[in-house]
Design a protein around this ligand. Structure first.
Ligand code: PRX
Length: 650
């Protein structure tokens, strides 16, 4: 594998302030303890962060690799860990959830209230026939009831399968059938951009396509939109909970009892049902929440802007924060309703201390302008987090300066649906931060960057990210498809987990993520990362956002094609494209110069905010764009295709 360019890989770092370092939850000794005895370290974390009804006898059984068993013999109830034990410890009056509806309605739910709701819901689910070992599909927006529903499943030992509310009836149907869900929990609808939306019709349509495993649909009333009703099948959530007893005795389950299945896309058209189990998952989500975000329940107000439909919502809204007994904000709507300062008004209103969001959101806020956060007092913020894609240094610096007042540490956290919890991230009181790098594996995690032959790469070299040791929150398989699990993750480098991400080690040993390996291009035999070129483009003062794809090219193998959105107030001039190409050449090297650059108004994004490079590749290669059904706005592609055809190419 060749080095893509000759650039210095050392970079300025931002050490933690002495005041922050002195009070930090995680100190440097965590690394030493984990390195000295990794499994002993995880046993310690397991006993410190989780309450076990029966202690485990072995930390790890890897004899059935790649199928791991963590905390063997241990028994616990995940919901009791997230709710009951905080009430028992005398913290029932602490607010667990500050719910903020998009229209401005609010609701504060204490741990005692959450406890009662979860118990009633568990009884209601049980009355509908749900028992340990079943699957329950949850198709809900960001509501208190969504979290209650997930915890009620966990309490019963039934696995939930949350399907993001933006997915279509078809997608919901295939997920319900793949997991053979017994029950579907949904709502009438929600609010988005000031308008009522509906969810129940998609469930009705999904079930009309055939879902033999489903016996009932439990319906939360949120916005009062009219819904069709199937007598005998459909049940109102509020009626079921009112009719249920407020106490529910929780059973203990084996550490390896399935906790949830979550579908994610792979390289084929069929989504993979990623399976997570109970003990190891809870240990690692609780441990990472506490140490990476430096949280203490008496002090912090935590807010993760993800949706529970994605793994970030599972691990860093539901399980990690609640296991820690935190107070958190749950917001239903979009960041620009009614105005572009909504998020910042929420931070000010609740005194949010820890904010966890995605680079795409940060770049959107950059595009909207600094005047929106400037309207609010953000001085409560102590720690900022980032997840989902690599955060380009420009966005990192903006996040730190504009949102964090040049004061807050930023935790860039690398992980995946499959890893279940954060894997590579700085510790905010220990690590000297480097804008754009996720830096080092967390204590207890072992990662490596390797070349094609599986050998570790040297400083400045690119390769593939692999995880060389099992970790507690690792996926336990793909639902119903053992072979795909082995093939996808464990066959490329036998014995090691292949993450599918390109990465680079710098001179200090810090890891830089370079995007999915299918987004790594090979131009004239040189390996180039889409992410690195995007970062270079975004570092140009005129550019708000950029997406780069490798388009097949007769001469060079692949050619770099870039799509850019200019910042507000910047018009495309006659020299814009030439300027940007030269800028990339200056930042990375002439080899990385995009062959063509197209200025666009919007980029095609999935509902979770990921740029759909596959569609851009279609345009760059002059094909009709493929399946656009997962886009937030499918008209975006029409505009880009029309523009591409009208733009003379080099
Ligand atoms: O490519 C990496 C990118 O997101 C992928 C995982 O996506 P998903 O399973 O949807 O989970 C997203 C939330 C955990 C990874 O393979 N990714 C995630 N976080 C980062 C990242 N890339 C770079 N830096 C990150 N911090």
């Amino acid at each position: 594998m060749s080095t893509p360019q000759d650039q210095s890989t050392t970079q300025a770092t931002v050490p933690p302030s002495p005041e922050f370092a002195a009070q930090a939850v995680a100190q440097a000794d965590l690394y030493e303890r984990a390195a000295a005895d990794r499994l002993g370290f995880w046993a310690e974390q397991a006993r410190e962060n989780v309450t076990w009804d029966t202690d485990f006898t072995d930390v790890l059984d890897w004899s059935g690799a790649p199928f791991a068993k963590w905390f063997v013999g241990g028994r616990l109830n995940v919901a009791v860990n997230c709710v009951d034990r905080h009430v028992e410890a005398g913290n029932g009056d602490r607010v667990a959830l500050h719910f903020e509806g998009e229209p401005g309605d609010t609701r504060a739910v204490t741990y005692a209230e959450l406890h009662e709701q979860v118990q009633r819901a568990a009884n209601a689910l049980q009355a509908l026939g749900v028992q340990a070992g079943d699957r329950v599909a949850i198709y809900l927006p960001m509501l208190v009831e969504s979290i209650v529903a997930m915890l009620a499943c966990a309490r019963l030992g039934a696995a939930h399968s949350v399907v993001f509310g933006g997915f279509s009836a078809d997608a919901l149907n295939s997920r319900i059938n793949d997991a053979e869900a017994k029950l579907v929990i949904t709502c009438d609808g929600s609010y988005r951009r000031g308008k009522p939306t509906t969810l129940k019709p998609a469930v009705d349509a999904a079930l009309a396509k055939g879902a033999p495993s489903v016996t009932n649909v439990l319906v939360v009333r949120r916005n009062g939109e009219e819904v069709d009703w199937v007598e005998g099948r459909d049940v109102w959530w509020h009626e079921a909970l009112e009719g249920a007893a407020p106490q529910h005795e929780a059973e203990s389950f084996d550490a390896e009892n399935p906790l949830f299945v979550l579908y994610t896309s792979g390289t084929t058209g069929k989504p993979k049902g990623i399976l997570h189990t109970s003990g190891g998952y809870l240990v690692q989500t609780a441990y990472t929440t506490k140490n990476v975000f430096d949280v203490k329940p008496e002090r912090d107000v935590y807010w993760c802007t993800a949706d529970i439909g994605w793994v970030t919502g599972h691990s860093y809204i539901v399980y990690g924060p609640l296991a820690n007994g935190l107070t958190q904000v749950v917001y239903e709507g979009t960041p620009d309703t009614p105005d572009k300062d909504r998020w910042w008004s929420i931070v000010e209103k609740y005194g949010v201390t820890v904010l966890y969001t995605a680079p795409t959101a940060i770049r959107t806020c950059m595009k909207w302008g600094e005047e929106h956060p400037a309207k609010h007092d953000l001085s409560s913020l102590r720690v900022l987090g980032s997840v989902g894609e690599n955060i380009n240094p420009e966005a990192w610096n903006w996040y730190r300066r504009v949102i964090g007042s040049d004061r807050t540490p930023i935790a860039d956290t690398w992980w995946q649906t499959e890893t279940g919890a954060q894997m590579i991230a700085p510790l905010p009181g220990v690590t000297a931060l480097k804008a754009g790098s996720a830096q080092v594996p967390l204590p207890g995690i072992v990662a490596e960057v390797v070349d094609d032959a599986g050998e570790p790469v040297g400083p400045g070299q690119t390769g593939y990210l692999v995880l060389t040791e099992p970790w507690p929150a690792m996926l336990r398989g793909i639902w119903g498809d053992e072979q795909r699990f082995k093939d996808t993750y464990w066959s490329r480098f036998p014995g090691r987990y292949f993450a599918g991400d390109g990465a680079k080690r710098d001179d200090d040993g810090d890891i830089w993520l370079l995007g999915r390996v299918d987004d790594v291009m090979n131009v004239s035999g040189h390996r180039l990362s889409t992410a690195e070129i995007e970062s270079a483009l975004v570092s140009h003062p005129d550019v708000a956002e950029a997406a780069v794809v490798g388009a097949t090219d007769e001469t060079t193998g692949q050619a770099v094609v870039a799509f850019v959105i200019l910042r507000g107030g910047h018009e495309q001039g006659p020299d814009t494209v030439a300027d940007l190409r030269n800028h990339v050449a200056k930042e990375i090297g002439p080899i990385a110069k995009p062959k063509s650059i197209m200025v666009v108004a919007e980029l095609p994004k999935t509902r979770s905010g990921k740029i759909m490079r596959r569609l851009l590749r279609d345009v760059a290669e002059h094909r009709t764009p493929g399946d656009v059904t997962t886009l937030t706005d499918s008209s975006v592609m029409d505009a880009i295709s029309a523009g591409m055809n009208a733009t003379p190419q080099d």
